[in-house]
Design a protein around this ligand. Structure first.
Ligand code: ADP
Ligand code: GN1
Ligand code: MG
Length: 367
């Protein structure tokens, strides 16, 4: 349960929220790389309590406001008979007022959600149907927010999926090399730099007016969607911290990066890493079905590029963090970010090898 100090902090936060019934227990929960997540059990209901990483998210107040607006909009659009407790994140208010953010005396920011009961989130799919379901959930999310006024949202992380900026950050880290780690990663650095031109594709198409920005989730990996634990049907999209204007392609590509890989994000045996084309196709089907014609042909056509872009970008982010001393992503051992970099770059290479197949599959779904 962590150090005594941590226990005090968590308990202090638990006491601030309007949780129902008697407190039973709390435990650290989930596999997120950014926030500290706890499951808190009360006699009447269970909850998720999170310490928002305020190094990553500099303005927790606006972040929680974003989530308030977005979940409200989704609830208004959900069909009659929907189960709000399981199909959309429900923020829990504080005891003493109707706000949702607790700023404690130690400088931490906390928020809480109703725990979505009888749900599972996967780090790797077991079959195509599960991946289809996750795609459906993210597509539906896209549909629900297609008429949402993006101007009310704050940008919670600037240039989050601006791939050229991510490349520049990598170049800056290479330049600084504060831990003398550059010598370990010559091959990985070259891999990224050789693809410099490609990183500009979407920003260029945006400038030309070919691609539009809309409200997107921006962190669509498989463990950010909950499925029903028994029938594995899509239930609820979670981790709404990065909901802000972006390309729909970012949402599509990030899901493929994580979920259509044949290995975990931190698989050490690179021979196990390739793109599973059946999963790729299942994701297209589920995503388009959920989004209900809100995705345009100009976007669909670029699904292969999106998959490669987000995988390359994520690899560059892991590599940057490795060079700078592992300060951004949670790591569980010394070279964890380097291992993650290698799986991402191996996956990019595999996509390049299977480019024609990815294109052919994609073209079947132009509407
Ligand atoms: P991070 O930003 O660190 O990834 P997440 O918001 O994704 O944090 O939460 C981490 C994990 O906690 C999720 O992958 C999921 O397993 C679990 N989780 C988060 N919110 C809920 C919820 N409301 N109900 C059930 N499980 C949840
Ligand atoms: C982080 O928060 P989490 O674990 O769902 C990261 C994503 C990365 C992902 C890589 C806010 O997602 O952008 O793609 O790790 N989230 C943030 O696994 O940086
Ligand atoms: Mg998450």
């Amino acid at each position: 349960m962590g150090t005594i100090k941590e226990e005090t902090r968590v308990q202090n936060a638990i006491d601030a929220f309007n949780f129902q019934g008697e407190q039973l227990a709390w435990i650290p929960y989930g596999n997120g790389h950014i926030n500290d997540t706890y499951k808190v059990d009360f006699s009447e209901k269970n909850y998720i309590l999170q310490r928002i990483n305020h190094h990553t998210f500099k303005d927790p107040e606006s972040l929680v406001k974003n989530i308030e607006y977005v979940t409200k909009h989704i609830k208004e659009k959900m069909p009659e008979g929907s189960n709000f407790d399981r199909e959309v994140l429900q923020l829990i208010s504080l005891k003493n007022d109707n706000s949702y953010l607790f700023n404690d005396e130690y400088g931490n920011y906390w928020r809480a959600y109703l725990f979505v009961e009888d749900s599972v989130s996967f780090d790797q799919v077991e079959n195509k149907e599960q991946f289809y379901e996750s795609a459906y959930a993210f597509g539906l999310f896209q549909y629900y927010l297609s008429d949402f006024d993006a101007t009310v949202l704050s940008e919670t992380i600037k240039d989050f999926h601006n791939t050229p900026v991510r490349l520049q950050n990598l170049k800056d880290a290479i330049e600084k090399d504060p831990l003398d780690r550059l010598k370990n990663v010559e091959e990985e650095v070259n891999f990224a730099l050789e693809r410099s031109e490609f990183t500009h594709l979407f920003t260029q198409l945006f400038q030309e007016g070919t691609l539009k920005k809309r409200v997107t989730h921006n962190d669509t990996k498989l463990n950010n969607v909950l499925l029903d634990k028994d029938n594995h049907k899509a239930l609820c999209v979670i981790d709404l911290d990065t909901v802000m204007p972006g390309f729909v392609l970012d949402d599509f590509g990030d899901s493929i990066r994580f979920g259509a890989s044949t290995g975990l994000e931190d698989e050490k045996d690179l021979s196990k890493i390739t793109i599973d084309l059946d999963l790729y196709e299942a994701y297209i089907q589920g995503f388009l079905k959920g989004a209900q014609n809100k995705i345009e042909n100009t976007e669909i056509e670029l699904f292969p590029e999106a998959s490669k872009m987000m995988t390359l970008e994520c690899g560059m982010r892991f590599l940057t963090d490795y060079l700078l001393g592992d300060t951004y992503f949670k790591t569980h051992y010394d070279d964890h970010n380097l291992v993650r970099t290698r799986t991402q770059f191996k996956l990019v290479a595999e996509m390049e090898n299977q480019w024609e197949q990815m294109k052919t599959i994609t073209h079947k779904y132009l509407q």
